[in-house]
Design a protein around this ligand. Structure first.
Ligand code: KIV
Ligand code: NA
Length: 264
């Protein structure tokens, strides 16, 4: 199997073929999603709330994300592995952004990086791209800016559509190879997708993007509780683990595990 490269995603867009992206934060999920043919695996800063137990993505650090990214990049044969730059690790300057991105490439084997922001991030995107690091941009609702954006809200409604379009063109112009559109009205995402030559990847951005991304714990039901309306649940991993853990504990308490076949 040939590795997915950034140019393959652009060629898929040109052919009108959609591609799938998921988060992954460890060896077995990465290998399984790779085996399933998921084209892109994102070691998201969403590890903050999905691995490290924080309430938001803000607290997670580069040093916490690098080992997860290394585990994922070691475990795939085909998928493109995206390292997600966490809050505060690239916004200070293009130099800071480049040096952080280099760590994801050198220390963790990422194939490219993702960072949040539109026109204001163009210099960082340019610096990374010129320095040999492909950049996936992320516009619309950007969780790292939750406190500036006033909470989890759809971006680009009404007049704000212009802002999303401007940001999309700015990141493409700066050299991004793809752009995530998060919580953007479907019509706006469709227009961005039509106007850009680089692929768009939607999350809460309708069906007309070139690719889609979801956080796997949400999509496959490891996380329970309130879910954003854009999440579809494809499995009940929480239920599977809960039943397995209870069955195991029951058998241990009853003395039926281990059986003779498990005993030396
Ligand atoms: O960190 C993350 O999981 C993400 C995706 C949801 C796009 O940025
Ligand atoms: Na992220």
């Amino acid at each position: 199997t040939k590795r997915i490269r950034t140019h393959h995603l652009r060629e898929m867009k040109e052919r009108g073929e959609r591609f799938a992206m998921l988060t992954a934060y460890d060896m077995y999920t990465a290998a399984t999603f790779d085996e399933a043919g998921i084209e892109v695996l994102l070691v998201g800063d969403s590890a903050s709330n999905n691995v490290y137990g924080n309430e938001t993505s803000l607290p997670v650090t580069v040093d916490e994300l690098l080992p997860l990214t290394r585990a994922v990049s070691r475990s795939v044969k085909r998928a493109l592995v995206v390292g997600d730059l966490p809050f505060g690790s690239y916004q200070a300057s293009p130099e800071q952004g480049y040096l952080t991105a280099v760590r994801f490439m050198k220390e963790a084997g990422a194939h490219c990086i993702k960072l949040e922001g539109g026109a204001e991030m163009a210099p960082v995107i340019e610096k990374c791209t010129q320095g040999g690091i492909p950049v996936m941009a992320h516009i619309g609702f950007t969780p790292q800016s939750e406190h500036t954006l006033g909470g989890y809200r759809v971006q680009g409604r009404g007049d704000a559509a212009d802002r999303v379009l401007r940001d999309a063109h700015a990141v493409e112009g700066a050299g991004a190879f793809a752009v995530v559109l998060e919580m953007v009205p479907g019509e706006v995402a469709a227009q961005v997708t039509k106007e850009l030559t680089i692929p768009t990847i939607g999350i809460g951005a309708g069906a007309d993007c070139d690719g889609q991304v979801l956080v796997w714990q949400d999509a496959f039901g490891l996380r329970t509780g309130r879910m954003a309306t854009f999440v579809k649940q494809y499995a009940d991993v929480h239920g599977v683990l809960l039943d397995a853990a209870r069955a195991y504990a029951d058998e241990v308490r009853a003395g039926t595990f281990p059986g003779p076949e498990h005993t030396f």
